[in-house]
Design a protein around this ligand. Structure first.
Ligand code: BTX
Length: 327
């Protein structure tokens, strides 16, 4: 709003000095209560404001924002991220990407938002995506592969994200089959791959990547506090999200080129080198039940092979897995 804009101007002219509530209400032409409401509004947008009795308010830090410009400036890819659809707030970047893909958006188009109000995981689960903290991004690819090979792209994306995180932050993350990326055993990234396909051919693959980047503990709702973490929490300092996106796009583009030329072999080897669940005892919870056993590896299609306690080898296409005590 206009008032919000004026408020920011006043603060930025104050160069970090305190401004009294009285002064603000005069400058904005509104009541002290209204000033307070606008201050709360700024806080919700990620501004850190300090209020000190008798002195007034001052801005301590501005939210770290991303835009198409910042992602594109210095981006070293030839197709990924060349076409960017950026929005401040969306329901889900997947939803927009589906629409753009349907309308014919070129391969490499990405959708990025600062906030998702209905970010989604697998099986219609919710992906928590608060404002100005994370990377909420969907990538449109148009590979010439049969639909059954699409899960390979989830694994490919996971490798790219791990490599991109390493490049941007130095942090070495682990992959838990099929789509979780963990730091210190807590989830820092989720990947969701969706298709627009006919029986035998893919029109587009939409890879949704959600990364907790600059979250502090307080950004996570209680039900996530024990299972989720962010790059900033692990690294102990804030991370430039635009640069992180660039690093990840470069890595995924390189892997994708490799994949289209030479197939899944090298991607599979790389994936296995980051995977923590292989060779471990796990419980795989599928829609039809839970199977306990040892994770043997993944097949050339990216399917998990699990040897259950009675010796049977199961092929798991989709599940949540939990590492159990290794006996
Ligand atoms: P998933 O089904 O494997 O994981 C979802 C589960 O993860 C939730 O049920 C919850 O327990 C937990 N969770 C929810 N939010 C978070 C979070 N921020 N950090 C850690 N754990 C969380 C994973 O699905 C796939 C997520 C993809 C998200 C991206 S964001 C861009 C794109 N747009 C969109 O709507 N989804 C994708």
């Amino acid at each position: 709003s206009e008032i919000r804009k004026t408020l920011l101007e006043v603060f930025s002219n104050a160069n970090g000095e305190y401004i009294s509530g009285q002064k603000l209400s005069e400058r904005l032409g509104c009541s002290r209560t209204a000033v307070w409401k606008h201050i709360e509004g700024l806080r919700n947008e990620g501004y850190e404001l300090e209020a000190v009795r008798k002195l007034g308010y001052r801005i301590i830090s501005k939210p770290d924002k991303i835009s198409s410009n910042e992602i594109q400036l210095g981006l070293k890819t030839s197709s990924l991220g060349r076409n960017i659809h950026f929005e401040e707030t969306v329901t889900s970047t997947q939803k927009i990407a589906h629409h753009l893909a349907y309308e014919g958006a070129p391969e490499g188009t990405i959708v990025v938002a600062e906030e998702q109000t209905a970010g989604r995981g697998r099986l219609d689960r919710v992906w928590h995506s608060p404002k100005h903290t994370g990377v909420w991004m969907s990538i449109i690819l148009r590979p010439n592969i049969p639909p059954y090979q699409a899960p390979q792209l989830t694994l490919l994306a996971a490798v790219g994200v791990v490599q991109g995180i390493q490049e941007a932050t130095g942090l070495e993350a682990d992959i838990k089959w099929p789509n979780d990326i963990l730091l210190n055993n807590k989830k820092v990234v989720g990947i969701l791959t969706e298709l627009q396909a006919e029986a035998d051919r893919i029109n587009s693959v939409i890879i949704g990547i959600g990364i907790n980047v600059n979250h502090t503990e307080s950004h996570f709702p209680d039900f996530l506090k024990n299972i989720a973490t962010s790059l900033a929490i692990q690294k102990g300092e804030g991370i430039d999200r635009a640069r992180l996106i660039q690093c990840i796009l470069v890595k995924i583009e390189k892997l994708y080129g490799e994949y289209l030329q030479h197939g899944f072999k090298i991607i599979k080897l790389l994936w296995e080198s980051y995977a923590i669940s292989i060779g471990q005892n796990i419980i795989a919870r599928t829609l039809t039940g839970a199977i306990e056993g040892k994770a043997l590896g993944i097949t050339d299609e990216g399917v998990l092979q699990l040897k259950s306690l009675d010796g049977t080898i199961h092929h798991i296409h989709s599940a949540d897995i939990e590492l159990t005590q290794n006996k």
